[in-house]
Design a binder for this molecule. Structure first.
Ligand code: LIP
Length: 273
């Protein structure tokens, strides 16, 4: 690696340019008609031609702007560039988060792109493909949507909290997650299942939901939205002090974190298939 890594604002500028172009391509391909190209972990875990085309476009753009950087993507993994050099930059991309929504034409899907330096996410952008809403953040630089600085919910009563969550593609896991929701729902205001983790985290960042949790997220679902959420004041962790990851992600304002964490731990939210 030559010289030091760019600053978080410099990486964010690249991420925004690349994500906007990617979202435009996804939007155009949706208008032209989209179908299932293949399935992945289960028959309901679909990938469309647009997921692949958009990730390819992001890879090419990053290779041009930042030739030596590593890229980890949902569709092509890390295979295209290999791991990041020591202290180097790794980009983490979900070309279309909320692919099932995208397939059905529901306006809740996003391009998510984050830059990680020495293992820490330092810049991220989440752009809704249908609405054009754009959330950005840099480590220590705050979280923003369309030029407005974001602060998470000030709600202090879990019983009044609107909580977002999601379900996996495996039927057994969905059954376990549904049991957790069934036990949790009497103790919160209501549940929202909207279908895209990156957007759920961004809505929590600006208090359009009060909190979010989900089991089964991959790095690309979490990287950019997780930074936006943290920079807006949310605690974003796993269960029992573990880092946020596939076992469980909990994103909640400080006042709601412990009561929500206690309920989710008691309900074995990180358990099941
Ligand atoms: C989706 C996540 C969502 C989850 C879905 C799926 P994808 O990611 O964003 O939160 O509930 O099961 O994992 O597959 O659309 O990139």
């Amino acid at each position: 690696m030559i010289g030091s890594a760019p600053t978080p604002p410099e990486l964010l500028e690249i991420a925004i340019t690349v994500a906007r172009d990617a979202a435009a391509t996804a939007h155009r391909m949706r208008a032209e008609g989209v179908s299932v190209a293949a399935t992945k972990s289960t028959v309901t875990d679909v990938v469309t031609a647009a997921d692949r085309a958009v990730e390819r476009q992001v890879l090419t753009a990053l290779r041009t702007r930042r030739p030596g950087d590593a890229v980890l993507g949902e569709e092509y993994g890390a295979g295209e560039t290999g791991p990041a050099a020591d202290g180097g930059v790794r980009w983490i991309v979900d070309p279309i988060d909320g692919t099932v929504n995208y397939l059905y034409g529901l306006p809740y899907c996003a391009v998510s792109l984050a830059a990680e330096v020495a293992g820490e996410v330092v810049a991220g952008v989440v752009r809704n493909i249908a609405t054009g809403e754009e959330w950005t953040a840099t480590a220590g630089g705050g979280a923003w949507r369309d030029g407005a600085r974001l602060r998470c919910s000030a709600e202090t009563d879990l019983g009044q909290a609107l909580v977002a969550t999601g379900f996996g593609y495996d039927a057994g896991r969905r059954a376990h997650q549904a049991r957790v929701v069934a036990e949790l729902i009497p103790h919160v205001r209501d549940i929202r299942r909207m279908g895209a983790a990156a957007l759920d985290l961004c809505l929590a960042a600006e208090g359009r939901v009060d909190a979010y949790y989900e089991k089964g997220l991959a790095a690309w679902d979490l990287a950019a939205g997780g930074l936006v959420a943290r920079e807006a004041g949310l605690r974003v962790t796993g269960l029992s002090g573990r880092p946020p990851g596939p076992d469980l992600v909990i994103a909640a304002p400080p006042a709601l974190f412990e009561p929500l964490h206690t309920r989710l731990a008691a309900l074995d939210a990180s358990g099941g298939p």
